[in-house]
Design a protein around this ligand. Structure first.
Ligand SMILES: C[S@@+](CC[C@H](N)C(=O)[O-])C[C@H]1O[C@@H](n2cnc3c(N)ncnc32)[C@H](O)[C@@H]1O
Length: 360
């Protein structure tokens, strides 16, 4: 097994490839990527199977930015004749001497063509699961702790079969977090912040870190999709934007709207837990402002977007974050930083930074 299959947003294959190559090389795993623009996946082929297997086991999946899911390929591209798509999958899995898997996910690339395979993927899942159980590859009952088998359909007649480990993969089908748009929210952007909360804050800490009565600041808040997520969690929000805020939010009495420059605004008191920021601006400038907030102790945690340039997007993000981290380290801030190209992000990534020293 020398190949990794990596899923990403369509159009971000180069970023996905740059990320895996750079990260793997730092762990002495060398290889090359095979990719097609707008295909929503990349294959990384390593020169050495053992070092790849070790990297795949040890490197924390959650640290990837552009990679939504990864699996170790068990075979080269399989031909899946419509008369019997299951037999080639079983043959490939048996020849890889696999057993004890906990579940099978039939997936497809997140492209317009790929999405047409969703019905086939659903139809194939049950008979494939039964056959895999009969063949002794899948355990008799679904087990979330056991390895996951992936059949990644490229078309109705071709697909890759791969393996991932539940302690170090995305638990989500296709690596995608599907969320329902709340009709009362003033903009679709609301889903970005909702996804960020789910992605970055463990559920068991929500009561402590996303709790009612907390103060929050939203920079670039209009019309209020992000503010809506904070208001929904019973927080008091200072919304900064020259643009208007949705009436429905203002009527809650939880929102104070200030029409000032988000880069100049300074809070009067150090009582904000959250700073969120969705201003469309140079990513470098946004990152610097976020560092100001953390270093000045104006917030405990922040979630913000970095809008991506047209080219060298992976390099730009990593450079900017490196500079930001350097400032935090020099200021003696103890922090946790996470960054992800979320499903609801487009030309941007979302960053979360938590000051690990409780300020109040
Ligand atoms: C993508 S929109 C924000 C959408 C919002 N997060 C939502 O969910 O509805 C970006 C906003 O940033 C605001 N903005 C850009 N530069 C700003 C600045 N310097 N100060 C304050 N707001 C700014 C714009 O007016 C715009 O409303």
């Amino acid at each position: 097994m020398k190949q990794l299959l990596l899923y990403c947003r369509a159009g971000f294959e180069k970023e996905c490839a740059a990320e895996i190559q750079h990260t793997a090389a730092l762990h002495n795993v060398f290889g090359y990527c095979k990719l097609t623009t707008d295909s929503a996946y990349v294959i990384f082929e390593a020169y050495d199977a053992d070092s790849l297997a070790q990297f795949y086991r040890d490197y924390p999946f959650e640290q990837f930015i552009f990679i939504r899911q990864w699996s170790l390929l068990l075979a080269d591209l399989l031909e899946l004749p419509p008369a019997d798509r299951i037999a080639p999958v079983i043959a490939a899995v048996l020849s890889a001497e696999l057993s004890g898997c906990g579940e099978i996910r039939v997936e497809y690339p997140e492209t317009n063509d790929g999405k047409t395979l969703s019905t086939l993927a659903r139809k194939l899942t049950v008979p494939l699961r039964q056959s895999l159980r009969k063949a002794g590859v899948l355990l008799p009952k679904e087990l979330k702790r056991a390895p996951v088998l992936h059949l990644f359909l490229l078309t109705g007649q071709q697909g890759y079969v791969g393996l991932s480990y539940p302690e170090n993969n995305s638990p989500l089908e296709n690596g995608i977090m599907r969320l329902k748009f709340p009709n009362e929210a003033p903009s679709r952007s609301t889903l970005k912040l909702e996804e960020a909360f789910i992605q970055f804050i463990p559920k068991h800490e929500w009561d402590k870190r996303l709790s009612g009565g907390m103060n929050a600041v939203d920079l670039g808040a209009s019309p209020g999709g992000w503010t809506y997520q904070l208001v929904k969690r019973s927080m008091m929000v200072t919304a900064i934007d020259n643009g208007p805020m949705a009436e429905s939010l203002m009527e809650t009495g939880q929102v104070r709207h200030l029409m000032v420059d988000g880069f100049k605004y300074e809070p009067q008191k150090k009582n904000n837990h959250w700073l969120v920021c969705d201003m469309i601006e140079q990513p470098q400038r946004v990152a610097e402002r976020m560092a100001d907030w953390l270093i000045n102790g104006w917030c405990q945690e922040t979630i913000f977007n970095l809008k991506l340039p047209m080219k060298k997007r992976y390099e730009t993000v990593t450079d900017i974050l490196q500079q930001l981290e350097q400032r935090l380290v020099e200021a003696g801030i103890k922090y946790r930083l996470q960054v992800k190209h979320l499903y609801h992000d487009r030309e941007e990534v979302t960053v979360h930074i938590q000051n690990l020293v409780q300020r109040f």
